[in-house]
Design a protein around this ligand. Structure first.
Ligand code: DGL
Length: 269
């Protein structure tokens, strides 16, 4: 049996494209449908109820597109809406938190792990709980970074302003002598060079996306959902709730190639 239906993924905006690229690299035959909720970005300062409401509409849309599996390409939703969505929908779903936590626990030598993420993710304690349930002796230092997502979305990733903001946010983590840092927001891998420069070469940076996509591939294999054939080329469709041309332009500036983006209105109320 082969299943050529697409994999669905979603984020508040551009960040989830760092998860798409892992799918392209680890499952190159698979088609994808991406939704970026650019009308509501940033998600990091939203309430749980708002996030559940957005996720519900987005997943209903992805299900209407006949997706076979959904990757939450957003740490904030992985922390706060994934459990509720699993109860509402039958389509199998993967979040980023447990895969990221596992990688961090296996990477740390001095048992001091940092997390940088949105306020909502930090406040949810999802990473802190996941890490400590794997290893209670790991000390976890969490830093919210509310300015970074709006700056990436504004197309300012390569500016001094972003570099300065990154350095300020990681300064307490540096003082805490972490040896491993989880980039706990899918927008942050676009800023990896800044993080490296601010924290130095001895820190291990964890991007949960690769581990989450690998686990998704294993799940899909055991559920018999993989396409398993490269005869038909994969297709990749991108939808946003805001301005499609702006999204396409910024995605290209971030090195994600030239993509065609469509606009869709989900909130009919
Ligand atoms: N990229 C998302 C995350 O991983 C959402 C960030 C936001 O919109 O604040 O959390």
């Amino acid at each position: 049996m082969r299943d050529s239906r697409p994999i669905g993924l979603f984020d508040s905006g551009l960040g989830g494209l760092t998860v798409s690229r892992e799918i392209f690299s680890l499952m190159p035959d698979e088609s994808t449908i991406y939704f970026g909720d650019t009308l509501h970005v940033p998600y990091g300062s939203r309430s749980i109820q708002e996030l559940i409401n957005f996720a519900d509409q987005i997943i209903a849309f992805l299900v209407s597109c006949n997706v076979k599996y959904i990757v939450f390409a957003c740490n904030t939703n992985s922390s706060l809406s994934l459990q509720a969505m699993r109860k509402r929908y039958q389509v199998p779903m993967k979040g980023l938190i447990e895969p990221g936590a596992k990688l961090a626990v296996s990477s740390t030598v001095n048992k001091r792990v940092g997390i940088i993420a949105t306020e909502a993710t930090v406040n949810s304690q999802a990473y802190q709980r996941a890490i400590n349930s794997l290893n209670p002796s790991v000390s976890v230092f969490a830093q919210p970074a509310p300015l970074l997502v709006p700056l990436v979305e504004a197309g300012m990733s390569e500016t001094q302003k972003v570099f300065d903001a990154v350095c300020e946010y990681v300064s307490p983590l540096k003082s805490a002598h972490i040896d491993t840092l989880i980039l706990g927001c899918t927008h942050y891998p676009f800023l990896l060079a800044h993080f490296r420069k601010c924290l130095g070469p001895e820190i291990v940076f964890i991007d949960p996306a690769a581990a989450a996509v690998l686990e998704s591939k294993e799940d899909m294999s055991s559920l018999n959902l993989l396409k398993k054939s490269s005869k038909v080329a994969p297709s990749h469709r991108y939808f946003v709730s805001g301005d499609p041309a702006d999204f396409a332009f910024k995605a290209e500036s971030l090195g994600c190639g030239r993509i065609t983006v469509e606009r869709i209105v989900l909130d009919k109320s």
